[in-house]
Ligand binder design. Structure first.
Ligand SMILES: CSC[C@H]1O[C@H](OP(=O)(O)O)[C@H](O)[C@@H]1O
Length: 342
């Protein structure tokens, strides 16, 4: 599979997810403004993938800096970090990655500028490689929850496209599949940006994993008809009390799962756990352009005037609706997160 994001000869290469599944196109970013725009416009999306991309954005900013000393470079990168941090507010991985790059810059402060620049590229690559390893560890732990022959419902895309590779929720699916379990996936299309229809279905088909696409409104009847044995989704930010922010519609899936006695799991690495945010009530929810709702593939689908539109990109699922959080360290009850990740 084409990498979600990679560093290539002094530039950042992104698989342009806004063009999938019809077009597999690589977007090459040679300046930080184009990196920020790619994140804002969901050409790269998914909490861990955003974090890796932002880390590479900081490294790119350093490469392009004409600073003549550390303090000038630090000042240049302060502006770069602000630009990247302003792209999307909800996925904590973005801010986690930026802070990690700032720490690396500080740790290298006594080195020559060339060594600092090289060190920042290396750290961004380490974040990418670590993310893949985290996803595979999550996969191993989560696969134990899945029995042969089961069907898993997922929402949005928490796959290789949302990470540096392998995926969080879809990483668990992949691991179960690789263990020989004959599983199937039901993918919610995930209005309005259709990450499920455009990305999850495409990703799973690449791996030959059986996938059935449904509209978001069909999740309930699939559960009522006994066609779903468990739900696994990703996360953009997990608060200290175990509340989870994830793609809009996730809360509805969690409530439906509870109503039908179906276990609802969240898969996420430590970089998505935000112990500084006490609860889901404290998570900033990104409000996106209403045109995502009022148009479909560029064509307007509602009356031209007078209709109000609400387009939050995420919602919060309270910890009480979550059977377990699948992490690289194991599967924990949501309220245990604080103890295991302090
Ligand atoms: C592996 S976390 C992916 C997470 O991010 C998605 O949101 P977006 O596509 O807007 O970046 C969605 O919430 C996924 O669960």
């Amino acid at each position: 599979m084409v990498p979600t994001v990679c560093w290539h000869e002094g530039a950042i290469r992104l698989l342009d997810q806004s063009r999938l599944p019809e077009h597999v196109e690589i977007l090459e970013c040679r300046d930080v403004e184009s990196v920020a725009r790619a994140i804002r416009e969901l050409k790269v999306r998914g909490a861990p993938a955003i974090g890796v991309t932002a880390a590479m954005g900081v490294a790119l900013g350093a490469q392009l800096s004409e600073a003549e000393n550390y303090f000038q470079l630090e000042n240049d990168l302060s502006g770069v970090c602000e630009l990247l941090a302003a792209t999307r507010p909800t996925a904590v991985n973005l801010f986690w990655a930026i802070e990690r790059m700032k720490r690396t810059l500080h740790e290298l402060r006594s080195q020559p500028l060339s060594a600092i620049k090289t060190g920042l590229v290396r750290e961004s690559q380490s974040i990418l490689e670590e993310d893949i390893a985290l996803c595979k560890a999550m996969g191993r732990h989560g696969a134990r929850l899945i029995e042969d022959g089961q069907t898993i419902l997922t929402h949005c895309n928490a796959g290789a496209l949302a990470t540096a590779g392998y995926g969080t929720a879809l990483g668990v699916v992949r691991a179960a599949w690789e263990e020989g379990k004959r599983i199937q996936v039901i993918a919610d299309e995930t209005r309005p940006v259709l990450q499920g229809a455009r990305l999850t279905a495409w990703e799973l088909m690449q791996d030959g994993i059986p996938v059935t696409l449904i509209t978001d409104g069909m999740a309930g009847i699939m559960m009522r008809q006994g066609k779903v044995q468990l739900c696994i989704v990703g996360a953009d930010r997990i608060a200290a009390n175990g509340d989870v922010a994830n793609k809009i519609g996730t809360y509805s899936v969690a409530v439906l799962a509870r109503a039908h006695g179906i276990p609802f799991y969240v898969a996420a690495p430590y970089s998505t756990i935000d112990l500084k945010t006490p609860s889901g009530n404290d998570i900033a929810i990104e409000q996106r352009n209403p045109q995502e709702v009022t148009t479909m593939l560029g064509d307007r689908i509602i009356a031209p005037k007078g209709v109000s539109v609400y387009n939050p990109a995420f919602d919060v699922t309270p910890a009480e609706f979550i059977a377990g959080i699948i992490t690289e360290r194991g599967v924990f009850r949501p309220h245990e997160v604080l103890r295991h990740f302090s």
